[in-house]
Design a protein around this ligand. Structure first.
Ligand code: ADP
Ligand code: C5P
Length: 273
């Protein structure tokens, strides 16, 4: 019996009985697109497997004192804002079946907690989530499945303002300073029901650094082409999430089968008896 699947990157090694390769899923998308929500839904539905979530946010570089003084000029949406080497090392270690210490990042202070880490143990499924998780080719190459969460920009900005003011200790101006003019327009018109005249006055008083939207256009959106699956509407799209979970179950089942029956091997796309 030959079973369908896998490409070479997720085929079990000859020594598959000693260490089962985890199934690695990348989840990308713009800020507040629903990446974390989608990951949580996948994790919930995979309750009978060991699943760990690694956020790219954890690998934000801590700001220097000088950068902190001028934090409004700092671009948190540029690939250089992350320590990608450390992220890569962490995922490689996890993939090899070893536990890792993931840094804890504080969005309020823009720093990493210097004395504490989150221990992440080896698992069946590793989910890597972040706005720029598809940016680096080496990180991409560790993934067995790539998902892009595609949510409209105005919805994302509205969600981000709510989240950042409630959870990340921001005042509304600091959020808007990172956003673009168009984003702000959408926000004020559709979410706060502020009339256009008030909007124009408010707009003049806000300093726009315009980081989030340009970086989305320059780095996040171009990485969408690497996705195997694009989920419109994020966590509202139950059909897409069910299909993804079914696919993961199938892959994990094949891993298990190869472990129990080493003579059973896998090929692409068809069953053959
Ligand atoms: P990301 O991880 O892409 O930044 P999150 O999943 O953290 O996005 O979602 C950002 C914010 O939007 C959170 O406050 C979350 O509760 C909210 N949110 C996410 N998905 C939905 C949805 N489908 N409907 C309403 N609010 C949502
Ligand atoms: O959770 P989400 O994907 O939205 O996180 C990424 C966003 O966090 C980026 O768009 C970035 O602007 C923001 N960020 C921030 N402050 C930091 C680090 C990141 O506002 N210190």
């Amino acid at each position: 019996l030959r079973l369908p699947t896998l490409d070479s990157s997720d085929s079990p090694s000859a020594d598959s009985t000693s260490h089962k390769q985890p199934f690695v899923i990348g989840v990308s998308g713009g800020t507040a697109s629903g990446k974390t929500t989608v990951c949580d839904m996948i994790i919930q539905q995979l309750h009978d497997h060991r699943v760990v979530l690694v956020n790219q946010d954890s690998f934000y570089r801590g700001l220097t004192e000088d950068e902190l003084r001028r934090v409004h000029e700092y671009n948190f949406d540029h690939p250089e804002a992350f320590d990608t080497e450390q992220l890569l090392e962490c995922v490689e270690t996890l993939k090899s079946g070893q536990p890792v210490h993931v840094p804890i990042y504080d969005f309020k202070t823009h720093q990493r907690c210097s004395d504490s880490f989150r221990q992440v143990n080896a698992s069946d499924v590793i989910i890597l989530e972040g706005i720029l998780i598809f940016h680096d080719q080496r990180v991409r190459s560790l993934m067995n499945m790539k998902i892009f969460v595609d949510t409209d920009a105005d919805v994302r900005l509205a969600r981000r303002i709510r989240r950042d003011t409630v959870q990340r200790g921001r005042d509304i101006n600091s959020v808007l300073e990172q956003a673009s003019f168009l984003f702000l327009l959408c926000l004020l018109m559709s979410y706060h029901h502020v009339d256009a005249c008030y909007f124009a006055k408010t707009m003049l008083s806000v300093q726009y650094a315009k980081f989030v939207k340009p970086a989305f256009d320059d780095f996040v959106l171009p990485s969408k082409k690497y996705a195997d699956v694009i989920i419109p509407r994020g966590g509202d799209n139950h059909v897409a999430i069910d299909l993804i979970v079914q696919h993961i179950h199938t892959k994990l089942g094949q891993h298990d089968l190869c472990k129990i029956y080493p003579n059973v091997y896998v090929i692409h796309s068809t069953f053959q008896i």
